[in-house]
Design a binder for this molecule. Structure first.
Ligand code: NZQ
Ligand code: ZN
Length: 386
């Protein structure tokens, strides 16, 4: 096992009706800016519950944070916080609202051009406004980590950043808040959590059996509940709760502590979202099966382990078992309704050329656990995903 630091201060408040705990979680004297996406928080009644729980605290709402949140929209909120002196931010939404809130929290006290935060990947953040989260979409893990991803439309960039100042103070995880999600977002959530786990598990062995078992437990749970979540005519509380907790645990630092990490699939996926506005998880479904096929030699030992322990494949030669595991992964995504080819989005060779250029522009030229995913390798992956 590799050396590691693990520090995660986010207070998780899990279960039905926990939104009312906001009355004690938010500092009593706070002046609160609630941040939401489009219409969902209002329509579902969650926003009304949040306002009620805040009681007598001064608060206003900033709405309009879009999926794949933009620098441009975040800037408006930054102005509002500075002008009106809010000292606590409350994100009510999915990964996009949470990520935008993290960026706003860091940018408000930041001197200079806020885009520098992205260019330096967050290493220049020295403080942030405190913030909490009410999660409405289990997928990204942003509710219990210190990372975020922001899109800037004028230059077609979608870049990640992180800082130790950006853990939420608390996150409220009420599984019943997922009941209003469309099936497509539920499927996205399953796949995003699945691929987060894969990025930290499917690399090379470092004798970390506990992390492996954690990761395999998450993967098996997602394989188990994914199709059931989609097929259910009525939401099942326990399955929703399992999804919510699995998605959080998949990216809160626990399973990635002391093991190598990959993230090449994510970095290529971010470029596809920035250029073609494909949902985050859907880009991962396109890239991952082709990535595993391309890197099957480097990932040989873990692919075999994955094949046996996650998919229960015991028959055939080593090569056949690896092929079967990659096939099972692709089939899982397709069964959840996420296509695994660029062609499904009418994208071809031109899209590959642009994606590779953008990866180069953003310095994403030595990706993966060994830094071996060069633009040439990324190109082969995308060609295989045509
Ligand atoms: O905008 P509204 O009207 O709120 O609708 C949203 C949005 O259209 C809707 N929604 C959310 N909760 C709902 C709901 N609809 C009905 N009922 C509810 N309870 O769902 C749509 C998608 O929401 P979004 O927040 O965009 O989805 P997700 O949570 O998948 O977040 C995606 C973003 O997170 C980033 C992605 O790149 C993308 O920008 N990621 C963040 C990570 C992190 N911070 O650690 C890691 C991830 O790998 C990922 O990159
Ligand atoms: Zn992701």
């Amino acid at each position: 096992m590799n050396n590691f630091d693990f520090h995660n201060p986010t207070h998780i408040v899990f279960g039905k009706d926990r939104i009312f705990d906001l009355s004690s979680l938010v500092p009593a004297a706070a002046k609160v800016l609630i941040l939401v996406g489009g219409a969902s928080a209002e329509k579902t009644g969650t926003l009304a519950e949040v306002r009620q729980a805040l009681g007598a605290r001064a608060h206003r709402t900033f709405s309009g944070i879009e999926p794949n949140p933009s620098f441009e929209t975040a800037r408006k909120a930054i102005e509002m916080v500075r002008e009106e002196g809010f000292d606590f931010l409350l994100a009510v939404g999915g990964g996009s609202v949470i990520d935008a809130t993290k960026f706003i929290a860091a940018a408000v006290p930041f001197e200079g051009d806020a885009w520098d935060i992205l260019l330096k990947r967050g290493s220049n953040i020295t403080q942030a406004v405190s913030f909490g989260v009410v999660l409405t979409l289990p997928a990204t893990g942003s509710e219990m980590n210190n990372g975020a991803v922001i899109t800037r439309h004028d230059i077609g960039a979608k870049l990640p950043f992180r800082s130790r100042h950006l853990f939420p103070l608390f996150s409220i995880l009420d599984p019943t808040k997922t009941y209003t999600l469309p099936v497509s977002q539920l499927a996205n959530g399953v796949v995003d959590a699945f691929v987060h786990t894969i990025e930290q598990y499917l690399t090379y062995p470092v004798n970390a059996p506990l992390q492996d078992r954690f990761a395999e437990g998450l993967l098996q749970t997602l394989v188990d509940i994914g199709p059931r979540l989609l097929a259910a005519t009525e939401p099942n509380y326990d399955d929703r709760a399992s999804l919510m907790w699995a998605a959080t645990l998949a990216l809160n630092g626990l399973i990635g502590a002391g093991v190598p990490q990959d993230w090449a699939t994510h970095m290529i996926g971010h470029e596809l979202t920035a250029q073609y506005n494909i949902d985050h998880a859907r880009t991962l479904a396109i890239v991952l099966p082709a990535m595993l096929q391309e890197r099957r030699v480097q990932k040989h030992d873990k692919l075999l382990q994955y094949s046996q322990r996650v998919w229960g494949i015991h028959e055939g030669s080593e090569d056949q078992r690896i092929t079967a595991a990659i096939h099972a992964t692709r089939d899982f995504f397709e069964r959840l309704g996420l296509p695994t080819h660029l062609g499904a989005y009418d994208l071809g060779q031109e899209a590959i050329d642009l994606t590779i250029r953008q990866l180069e522009t953003h310095g994403m030229t030595r990706l993966g656990e060994h830094g071996e995913v060069t633009p040439a390798v990324s190109r082969r992956v995308l060609v295989a995903a045509l």
